[in-house]
Design a protein around this ligand. Sequence first.
Ligand SMILES: [Fe+2]
Length: 345
Amino acid sequence: MNTPLSQIAYLEIASPDTSLSARFYTEKFGMRIVDQIDDTYYLRCWGDHHRYSLVISPGEDAALKTMAWRTTSAAALDEAVERIEAMGDVTGQWSDAGVSHGRSYSFNGPLGHNMTLLWDFEVYEADEEHRSVFPDRPEKRSSHGAAPRFLDHVTIAATDVKRFAEWYSKALGFRIMAFTELEEAPITVFGVLTTNEKSHDLGIVLDTSDTAGRVHHIAFWVDHPEDLVRTADLMTENGVPIEYGPSIHGIGEQHYLYFRDPSTLRVELNSGGYRNYVPDWEARTWKPSQGSNNFFRNWNMPDSMMEAFPAAAGKTATEQGASPELTEELLNPWSTTTDAKVTHR
Ligand SMILES: [Fe+2]
């Protein structure tokens, strides 16, 4: 699939206390603030080639305000916008400039998620203190906190996983790599899309809430799986409970570790994984029992992993599948007290 996108560029998240969140991401997680405008913070990982990859701005609850992708050229930005508007069900808005980037186009997708597309994004130039001895590195390696190398992916929550996947694949050329469906019925609870050789830079979990545009987690990369064990140790020592992991996902074969930031938003640290360059790859369908989420098939996910953001009545599925309670709701949507608004595919 021909995609006009080159990579995930940055995520903007909402926090009720941006100063507290920024302190977590700098002091405990290991990112660095490069800009602050009023209560909005712009942060980078040491290996991010662009100036920043995370924006923390004020909001009542933890939420994803936008997920930004960079296109492959200025012309590709125009092509991407033409393709989006040709879909016929969404319209967006151009903005002349943003912080450290040129014109951009933002739109709310058909399931309520805001996406920003841009081409002109400031390349990071390290000062003397942060300059690497290696020409390819934007900045010298950090060993502070988790020391994430770069932004890896975002996983959103949507009421129709397949509809989300097919819309973004058609509009923007994301390759659809895999789905997870329930053991009991062909109800899709998880999916992964990618613009690159990894299994995903955009994940989708099934959401049974009435709140559109929710997010499940944001994820950053480290070079070595051992870094996850070290991070789990450091987070535990510094008062940040580990929610799940470290272990390995079946889909993508990536090592994972999950914990929460002070706003309660879930953060994932990733490493490893396969590379897949097959241009006409056909999405595989997994069952949870095949280890879609837990490669070793020996470890159930805690119920807290079904929370998405902002908080809303109704749970999400997870990469692993659905809890017994949610499975019952999905299989018999009219027999439970929960008001499930799910489109089954
Ligand atoms: Fe993830």
